[in-house]
Design a binder for this molecule. Structure first.
Ligand code: TRP
Ligand code: SF4
Length: 327
């Protein structure tokens, strides 16, 4: 017996990196406990890429291949493209009639992102961008989801989703549950330069890098800058390599930290160990991805099948919504 319904999604912005793994591992675990819907938010990608749409389809296929390679299972979960389920758009439009403008303007990412893009010389203040969190509310509520696994940065969006559900329910009739957040731990995994891992900083480590590419990434990691000679005592706590040891060398990390502090291990040797452990751990995903993309049209079939299932659920909700609104 499943505990309830879950929905989550990602914008198809490119290949996934290790920073995404904790979110995905959370999704994978939830597959057995909940009835799960996972989607590629291609309409959401348009809010910032409306002038450069050429890669969206390709990115979505790549991202879904990545999902399957790390363990999302189309036998257990419904996996689909947002734009294949038009009901998301219809519900978004109906919600737009009852959502005060001020609710959207006060979502923190609204002003932040406008500013961020302005600095790059791009104006993203379009009608659709303002509506981003409302489209997200429609994504969740169209499946009457009970919970949404998200990172902390998405909490204000989920709060808006709950407010919209409440407003609809009190204005018309009780159609929607108020979905809870299921927070994934560790959302700020460090990149090779110790800042938050992000493609926009070029400090990301792809999950599916070949061994030699991975080695290069590990070698580029920033270590304790005070260490010049191998015998200089180091501070593992400020070293990016050590953070990866904690995750990928759980049995050795204590002794490595000790040797680092005493100046008994050099950074080159230390990186070699972490590389070997990361490589061993990621090899499985790499191999699985190879098998997945070797099957012609497999991803397309998964998405078509997912869209069919998602559409059925979404259509059910829409008939209840139209009846509640008497349209
Ligand atoms: N805004 C999310 C992100 O940037 C993507 C997203 C769109 C989403 N709709 C959603 C996530 C619904 C969870 C539920 O990652
Ligand atoms: Fe970092 Fe390892 Fe060098 Fe210590 S020995 S500074 S943990 S790379």
């Amino acid at each position: 017996m499943k505990k309830g319904k879950i929905l989550s999604g990602m914008r198809p912005t490119g290949r996934l990196h290790i920073g995404h793994l904790s979110v995905l591992e959370n999704w994978i675990k939830l597959q057995d406990e909940y009835s799960c819907f996972f989607f590629s938010a291609d309409w959401h990608a348009l809010t910032t890429s409306f002038d450069d749409t050429g890669d969206i389809k390709k990115n979505a296929l790549e991202m879904v291949a990545d999902w399957l390679a790390v363990g999302l299972d189309p036998e257990k979960s419904v996996i689909f493209n947002q734009s294949d389920v038009k009901e998301h758009a219809e519900l978004h439009l109906l919600f737009s009639m009852i959502t005060p403008l001020a609710w959207l303007e006060r979502v923190p990412s609204f002003k932040d992102q406008i500013q961020q893009f302005k600095e790059q010389g791009k104006d993203i203040l379009m009608y659709g961008f303002l509506g981003y969190p409302l489209l997200q509310a429609a994504d969740v509520l169209i499946y009457r989801a009970d919970a949404v696994p998200v990172g902390e940065d998405q909490l204000p969006h989920l709060e808006l989703t709950r407010e919209v559900a409440r407003r609809f329910n009190s204005m018309y009739s009780r159609v929607f549950p108020e979905p809870k957040a299921l927070l994934a731990k560790v959302s700020s995994f460090p990149g090779t330069d110790n800042r938050k891992m992000s493609k926009s900083y070029s400090n990301d480590i792809g999950i599916f890098l070949e061994a030699d590419e991975l080695k290069e990434k590990v070698n580029s990691m920033i270590t304790d800058p005070a260490r010049i000679r191998k015998t200089d005592p180091g501070d593992p706590e400020i070293c990016c390599v050590y953070k990866f040891h904690k995750l990928y060398s759980p049995n050795e990390s204590e002794s490595i930290a000790e040797e680092c502090r005493k100046g008994q291990i050099g950074c080159v040797a230390c990186k070699k160990i972490v590389f070997t452990n990361m490589d061993n751990s990621l090899a499985e995903f790499r191999e699985k991805r190879r098998q997945i993309i070797a099957r012609p049209n497999y991803i397309q079939e998964v998405l078509a099948d997912g869209a069919l299932k998602a559409r059925k659920e979404a259509a059910d909700t829409m008939s209840i919504v139209r009846e509640a609104m008497k349209i």
